[in-house]
Ligand binder design. Structure first.
Ligand code: GLP
Length: 233
């Protein structure tokens, strides 16, 4: 696991951007993308760059269940706003949070991931060590699945909603096994609220109680964090 400590999230975004740029020069075609505040500086750099993604595929990690793509809290909306409006990809896949049959949607998404092996997966990390919406206790062998969000995640994400009651209780999420099959992984973590999660990710035991800890077993992981998030290492 390679650790890059940056001054702030802006410099962190630039480091991640450099990895993507280099990957594309080397022929990478499929990017795994994440939502949340951590990847925003990276997406800003991608938007401001002259890189062309129109022959690339993107696969997002997750989507709230029950939110329409045009709801401004949906991850569809987030991706359009922060990246796809300016930089369209040839194909962009995000779980359908409005799917009537959730099991069919889960199968469809697993087929998409199987058909498009991910070259570089971008990840954030939750305060409790979750990756995507894979909460503590999620089996390391999991594929795409429907998840019940924990109280801690609902609380953390409620800052984006008018109140906590509006935060969806469920999501569709790429599993840990699929994330681990990505060729390269870049995890972004910034700020004080991520200190414990970063320590557990880098130094803690590999345990399903800290989903991100499995990344210690992946051959090509870069953790990019700012000085504050890295303070307990
Ligand atoms: C949500 C997302 C995760 C993200 C996490 C941290 O729970 N599903 O993919 O990593 O929030 O978000 P942030 O980067 O805003 O701290």
């Amino acid at each position: 696991m390679k650790i890059i400590v940056t001054k702030d999230n802006i410099e962190g975004g630039t480091k991640a951007f450099e990895i993507i740029k280099k990957g594309m020069e080397d022929g990478d075609k499929v990017l795994g993308l994440a939502t949340g505040s951590s990847p925003i500086p990276l997406y800003d750099d991608m938007c401001d760059s002259d890189l062309d993604f129109s022959d690339m595929t993107s696969i997002n990690l997750d989507e709230y269940y029950g939110l329409n793509p045009d709801n401004d809290q949906s991850y569809h909306y987030f991706m359009q706003k922060h990246l796809f409006d300016k930089k369209p990809f040839k194909h962009s896949y995000i779980p359908n949070g409005m799917a009537k049959d959730i099991d069919e949607e889960v199968d469809r998404y697993n087929d998409i991931i199987a058909a498009n092996p991910i070259d570089i997966q971008i990840l954030g990390i939750g305060r409790n060590g979750h990756i995507a919406f894979n909460e503590p206790g999620t089996p390391f062998g999991s594929l795409t699945h429907k998840v019940q969000l924990t109280e801690s995640t609902i609380k953390a994400n409620s800052r984006f909603f008018d109140n906590e009651d509006e935060v969806p209780r469920q999501a569709i999420c790429m599993g840990i096994k699929s994330i681990m099959q990505s060729k390269k992984i870049v995890l972004l973590a910034f700020g004080e609220s991520k200190q414990d999660a970063v320590k557990a990710l880098v130094e803690g035991p590999v345990t399903e109680e800290v989903p991100a800890s499995i990344l210690q077993d992946h051959p090509d992981v870069t953790v990019i964090c700012d000085e504050v998030a890295a303070a307990k290492l």
